[in-house]
Design a protein around this ligand. Structure first.
Ligand code: GLN
Length: 482
């Protein structure tokens, strides 16, 4: 098989393997060659264990020869964000704190991939501990946007988005706490899906903000994303927030399409001040496309939207300050070489191991949880979070899905926002609310700016309605490409 200029749909890859046109070893070799040729200019991968991937590919080819494949995607590699545990591989979270850590167990999603014969491939760059929107907070090197090398790929799953967009892997897993799958997907011109909170187990995902984190697929098409979601979704008793019920067949439902015309709501707060003109034009164009497909479009209101960014940056930092307490150089993580005593060891280890954005968030989170400030900040933020959630529940009484821009601007330039954390936080303005409400949502490419930079639209559906979400996305994608 010649090296692909781009990957065909994953179903086609699977069909070529089934018909004997190509093998898993060839596919993995293609990915390795592409990483070798293209990644020096992109920086998506922190590492790739070529021997392990090839070993898994050989095992897959042997299964196929015996007529014992484990599932439809046996032998296909999946890029892994470096925050998801793969036994025996590094798990750095792009932090000096975990630079030399090898993880002794598989995440639930990794087990699920392996159970279907899929091959975890490489460790993908990200903002340190998933805190950021540009992959520039990585302590282990930055990632460029494969569409335009002067621009960031977004973040925090920037490595995953760039690897898929640059066709180094057919698809990848990312994680999303406040937009980290959708915003980089939008910036790199690919599809990214954050499932309903609880749909995918967080066991083996390094915790940033546990009440918001979800793992999800990043892919070249809605169908591919649905197939990867099928592979990873489902109950797991090791995550107490994992939803007990077995998930529906997502790819099948997406292919079937909606049974009746979809009612699409446009939240007016997402189309106001701060939205870039070219992004707005592309998203409104998508609305027209869906209307031409028979969707009923109406304007709705999510009145508490303006509080989403402050509420998120209180709740996420509070949870992070608690989750990151374990990295103290004793239980986990980088340990300072010299220290006067135990307390000094903690100070030095954490001081040396964490980057400045992570420190900023730990300090902020500790502050909002501290005695005297807890009620004023943390408790109040939780109350507003409930209001934000109620806004969505009310909106979904009259519409099936919401459509918004994914990010207020096209990809920004490298270095453009690194000196101003607040302006970086504001880049998350449209993605954060769905995490606060726990809703399934995705970003789908909806065109390019005049300069050729990708624009993404965001779809948001009710809890556990990934099927509707995928059907809406597929309808749009299908009418756009036809
Ligand atoms: N950009 C947001 C943050 O920095 C979201 C990150 C994420 O989803 N992991 O917190």
């Amino acid at each position: 098989m010649s090296r692909p200029a781009h990957f065909p749909a994953v179903r086609e890859l699977a069909a070529s393997m089934a018909s004997g046109e190509c093998t898993s070893v060839q596919l993995v070799e293609d990915c390795l060659a592409r990483v070798r040729d293209v990644d020096p200019g992109v920086g998506a991968f922190l590492s790739v264990d070529a021997e392990k991937a090839l070993e898994a590919a050989r095992a897959s080819d042997e299964r196929r020869a015996r007529g014992a494949v484990l599932g439809p995607f046996d032998g296909i590699p999946v890029g892994m964000k470096d925050v998801i545990a793969v036994k025996g591989e590094p798990l750095t979270c792009a932090s000096r704190m975990l630079e030399n850590f090898t993880v002794p167990y598989d995440a639930h999603v990794t087990e699920r991939l392996r159970a279907g014969g899929l091959i975890p491939f490489g460790r993908l760059n990200m903002d340190e501990f998933a805190m950021g929107s540009s992959t520039e907070n990585s302590a282990l090197g930055t990632t460029r946007n494969p569409v335009s090398a002067d621009h960031t790929p977004g973040g925090s799953s920037g490595g995953s988005a760039a690897a898929v967009a640059a066709r180094m892997v057919p698809w990848a897993l990312g994680s999303d706490t406040g937009g980290s799958i959708r915003q980089p997907a939008s910036f790199c011109g690919i599809v990214g899906l954050k499932p309903t909170y609880g749909r995918v187990s967080r066991y083996g995902l390094v915790a940033y903000a546990s009440s918001l984190d979800q793992i999800g697929p990043m892919a070249n098409s809605v169908e591919d994303a649905a197939c990867l979601l099928d592979a990873i979704a489902g109950p797991d008793e090791r995550d107490s927030t994992s939803w007990r019920e077995a998930p529906p067949a997502f790819a099948e439902a997406a292919a079937r399409g909606p049974e009746r015309p979809l009612r699409v709501g446009l939240p007016k707060e997402y189309f106001g001040k701060g939205l870039g003109a070219e992004v707005e034009a592309a998203v409104r164009g998508a609305v027209d496309t869906l209307a031409a497909q028979g969707c009923e479009v109406s304007e709705i209101s999510l009145p508490h939207t303006e509080y989403a960014v402050p509420v998120y940056y209180i709740i996420a930092t509070a949870e992070a300050s608690s989750n990151l307490a374990r990295y103290d150089g004793v239980r986990y993580g980088h340990r300072a070489k010299e220290a006067a005593d135990g307390i000094d060891l903690y100070f030095r280890s954490r001081g040396e191991g964490f980057g400045s954005e992570v420190k900023r968030r730990i300090i902020l989170g500790t502050y909002v949880l501290s005695s005297g400030y807890y009620d004023a900040y943390y408790l109040r933020a939780q109350k507003v979070r409930t209001r934000i959630r109620e806004d969505f529940v009310k909106a979904f009484e009259s519409v099936d899905v919401l459509l918004t821009p994914t990010a207020p601007t096209p990809p920004f330039r490298r270095g453009e926002k690194t000196g101003d954390p607040l302006s970086m936080y504001l880049a998350d303005i449209y993605t954060i609310s769905a995490n606060l409400a726990g809703l399934p949502c995705m970003s789908v490419p909806c065109g390019l700016t005049e300069a050729g930079l990708p624009v993404g639209l965001q779809l948001i559906a009710p809890h556990f309605a990934e099927t509707t979400l995928l059907q809406a996305a597929r309808l749009y994608e299908g009418s756009r490409l036809s």
